[in-house]
Design a protein around this ligand. Structure first.
Ligand SMILES: [Zn+2]
Ligand SMILES: [Zn+2]
Length: 381
């Protein structure tokens, strides 16, 4: 037996106090629910979320997400191998929810979770409405949203707070215009007016979000947000029971590097605005961070995949409501396009134009017909 096949992880599987069956987190009630006898167990939500110090990251070893570990299911006893990045999953043999215990010292544990508000049923209803609106998608795609095809996933995410104070100096420019007379004629000329600036730009940044892996394309991830801070709850594994969750693969300091790039751009833009400048010139900014902290979050997203003509199309539904009464949540993603529907529309428009010309414009009809003929010939050649 190799080192890797040793049981390294303990699986946390909350059990029903009434019948001993497994409990899963139920977004509708915010409680743990037994799918066997319908008993519920309350989960306490602690909203006192703390910032974490960068000291924690100083001796943190980097880890490879492709290494594996095993766990033993407490329900059926099966020993299963999973990627080390797995934080929550379901047992492939008995379908019990499994959340890993915190015993991997090389991986940081999340300190914040945004619990799911939409149930799987809610999410598929929201998605069904979105798909129906995709008029050029094939019929099957618009009609089918099987509930079990919509999966609740926690997305790992870093957030950074920073207080910055950056001295700067250098030449900046402003684009101006002037009127000049030459040989008795007036011209408008654009030129850059250069001037020297210096000062200190103080700026604070709050909760800059960087996705902890790249499983959801960044533009879609941005569309899922923002996840309001009022929904942040102190991390508790119970919120993950029944969902899939994965640890970060983007290391915290690399994620911070991404946040710094954004901060630097924001600071530079603010300096330019302060001095009404629009050309950067030789501006030097000495980016200085006075204080910084981070959080490691688990964010709720539903993912659905559809295969169409051998291509996979993914859609995402935010796990939190934008309007609970109206059952509204953010949705985005790719939908397939039916070539037949596009063709029918093009033909339909052509027929409408053709009919319109025939009815209202008898005189030029022949001319238009010739034109259409020529276009058609062009296509055929
Ligand atoms: Zn029970
Ligand atoms: Zn099992």
């Amino acid at each position: 037996m190799t080192e890797q096949t040793k049981v390294q992880q303990d699986a946390l599987q909350p059990q029903c106090p009434n019948c001993g069956a497994n409990l899963t987190y139920d977004p509708t009630t915010g409680k743990l629910l037994c799918d066997h006898c319908n008993s519920t167990v309350g989960v306490e939500q602690d909203f006192f979320v703390e910032e974490r110090s960068f000291e924690e990251l100083r001796h943190l070893p980097t880890w490879k997400s492709n290494s594996i570990c095993t766990y033993r299911c407490q329900n059926c006893g099966a020993v299963t191998t999973v990627d080390k990045a797995t934080l929550a999953t379901t047992c492939p043999f008995c379908n019990s929810p499994v959340v890993m215990e915190e015993n991997l010292p090389s991986i940081l544990q999340p300190n914040v979770v945004v619990p799911f508000e939409l149930s799987q049923k809610d999410a598929s209803a929201v998605l069904a409405k979105w798909r129906k609106g995709k008029l050029y998608a094939p019929r099957n795609f618009r009609k089918s949203t099987k509930e079990q095809n919509v999966k609740g996933v926690f997305v790992p995410c870093w957030t950074f707070d920073a207080v910055t104070s950056s001295p700067y100096s250098g030449k900046v420019g402003q684009r101006r215009t002037r009127t000049v007379r030459r040989n008795g004629k007036t011209y408008t000329q654009t030129y850059i007016h250069w001037y020297h600036v210096s000062g200190v730009m103080d700026m604070s940044f709050d909760d800059m979000m960087i996705q902890g892996n790249n499983h959801i394309p960044q533009n879609y991830f941005n569309q899922m947000g923002p996840f309001p801070q009022s929904k942040y709850v102190v991390y508790d594994q119970k919120f993950l029971a029944g969902f899939v969750a994965e640890h970060y693969s983007l290391q915290p300091l690399d994620a911070y590097g991404k946040a710094v790039t954004t901060m630097k751009t924001t600071i530079k833009n603010a300096i330019m605005r302060r001095h009404n400048a629009d050309v950067e010139g030789s501006l030097q900014v000495n980016f200085k961070v006075l204080d910084k902290s981070f959080k490691y979050l688990m964010l709720p997203v539903y993912v659905a995949n559809t295969k169409y003509r051998n291509k996979l199309y993914s859609q995402y539904v935010s796990g939190i409501f934008t309007n609970k009464e109206k059952l509204q949540a953010k949705v985005c993603g790719k939908s397939p396009v039916s070539p037949w529907k596009v063709l029918l529309t093009v033909v339909g428009i052509a027929v409408a134009v053709f009919a319109g010309l025939w009815l209202f414009n008898d005189g030029v009809f022949d001319g238009q017909l010739n034109l259409l003929e020529q276009i058609a010939k062009g296509f055929l050649h």
